[in-house]
Design a protein around this ligand. Structure first.
Ligand code: PLP
Length: 465
């Protein structure tokens, strides 16, 4: 194609700008801590600086990149910052970023095997590698969705399909009931809302003193619902809850699920990657009894967002829940190949397996395990420092890399402390409420974090309190 007929950016301009952009990315990732982790701006700060309309005529790429640096970057919360300890971190590791660049350039749509053979097959192979690295059952089938919320929604849909095959055609009967702990992620209820199960039909089972689902309360809730003529169909247990990283008693929950024919889904979105560490496998007792499990490489496996993996022992049921064969999507290979569009709501799919493949190969199983192990150790070391302080207390067990703690005084003081820490731009924490008390959360998991960052943040917290 001659330059005159080319509609896209000229190749020479692309090559030059790509080199500059790669250099910018390398500088950024070398020291993401040079930006304030939270920009300290108010809602609307960026929008008010941008024109109300898209430009009529195209603009030079230099002008766009200059505005990216001048306007966009300073208005970001920097998830790559080594002292980003809020929520659960997401790491833009070098190999993950490179794979994302390549996936964007290839721009394939993995809806069918035929539409992207390598994307489909790499997803199968990479998810088998991950499954084995995490010591999950070898017959589990894996599929990548964007987020754990969507993975869990698909698991609930499969559970519903097994319990009520007519639901798909006839819609809700209002009798299906599901169970999860009062500490499970909101995505479980959202999945029930989206699938027409209804929020009123989700039972939030109370937790014990360590914020774990009470198996006895689960059993009683199921008995009560059965007595009222309801149809219990699914239970969602969590390994690594969002508030405290607590671990539900999966073996006991699995036994109850089996007794009553419930689908057991395990939300290991955050905690799951820790199964790569042989010494931590004990935290995953009972997962082999699950019907499905979600683990997010984009949370604690150094893979850029988005990448969430759903494993299931029953791919046939998941497929039954979603496959529809439109004539224009039929291919000659349908009988021999996986068409991932059959296993979910979405048709088009990004080539997400590429970044997970890059990450697994670049760091290796041992490298990933070593990083996760180190984070768990730092969390324990930090908890020991907090416990040794006369005015602070650790508020929950810390089996993984999240430490929940509070100043022993009032909620108000803890709230002010959190705001003060985050206002410095030097570190970013989040909070939760446990037993009615405001608690600070410090989650370690970012690939850029060092022990010095954890220690300095603890010093900052003490100095501001
Ligand atoms: N499950 C757990 C335990 C989580 O902590 C989170 C988010 O932090 C989610 C699910 C939702 O994850 P996603 O943002 O991938 O939907």
């Amino acid at each position: 194609m001659t330059p005159e007929t080319r509609m896209d950016m000229p190749a020479a301009e692309f090559r030059r700008t790509a080199r500059e952009t790669a250099a910018w990315i390398a500088d950024y990732l070398e020291d993401p801590g040079r930006f304030p982790v939270f920009p300290g701006i108010a809602p609307g700060a960026l929008a008010s600086q941008l024109p109300a309309e898209a430009p009529r005529a195209g603009e030079p790429i230099e002008a766009i990149l200059a505005d990216f640096e001048r306007l966009i970057v300073p208005a970001l919360t920097h998830w790559n910052h080594p002292r980003f300890f809020a929520y659960f971190s997401v790491s833009a590791s070098g190999p993950g970023v490179l794979a994302e660049m390549l996936a964007a350039a290839l721009n394939v749509n993995g809806m069918l095997w035929k539409s992207a053979p390598a994307a489909t097959e790499l997803e199968q192979v990479t998810l088998a590698w991950l499954r084995d690295a995490l010591a999950f059952p070898r017959d589990w089938f894996g599929i990548i969705y964007d987020t754990a919320s969507i993975s869990t929604m698909h698991a609930i849909a499969a559970a519903r399909e097994r319990a009520d095959p007519d639901f798909r055609r006839k819609g809700a009967s209002g009798r299906l009931t599901m169970y999860t702990s009062a500490h499970s992620h909101s995505s479980v209820e959202k999945g029930a809302i989206a699938l027409g199960v209804g929020q009123d039909n989700v039972r939030l089972i109370p937790v014990d003193e360590a914020f774990r689902m009470r198996a006895d309360a689960l059993a009683s809730a199921i008995e009560r619902d059965l007595a009222e003529g309801r149809r219990p169909f699914c239970v969602v247990a969590t390994i690594g809850t969002t508030s405290t990283s607590s671990i539900d008693p999966v073996p006991a929950i699995a036994a109850i699920a089996r007794r009553h024919g419930l689908w057991l889904h395990v939300d290991a979105a955050y905690g799951g990657p820790a199964a790569i560490v042989p010494e931590l496998r004990g935290l995953f007792d009972g997962v082999e009894l699950a019907d499905s499990l979600v683990v997010n490489p984009h949370k604690w496996l150094f893979t850029p967002i988005d990448c969430s993996v759903l494993y299931t022992a029953h791919p046939d049921i998941l497929r039954r829940a979603f496959s529809l064969s439109a004539e224009y999507l039929k291919t000659a290979e349908d009988a021999q190949a996986i068409n991932y569009m059959d296993y979910g709501v979405q048709l088009g799919r990004r080539f997400r397996a590429l970044k997970l493949w890059f990450v697994l190969r670049y760091f290796g199983r041992d490298g990933l395990a070593a990083m996760i192990c180190t984070h768990v150790r730092w969390a324990a070391d930090l908890a020991a420092l907090i416990d040794a302080h006369p005015d602070f207390q650790v508020s929950a067990p810390h089996p993984f890399s999240l430490v929940c703690f509070r100043h022993k005084s009032s909620d108000e003081r803890n709230r002010r402390l959190l705001d003060a820490v985050n206002a410095t731009g030097q570190a970013f924490l989040s909070h939760t409420v446990l037993r009615g008390q405001f608690v600070l959360r410090l989650a370690i998991g970012n690939i850029h974090t060092t022990w010095q960052d954890v220690r300095a943040t603890w010093d900052l917290i003490q100095s501001l309190c």
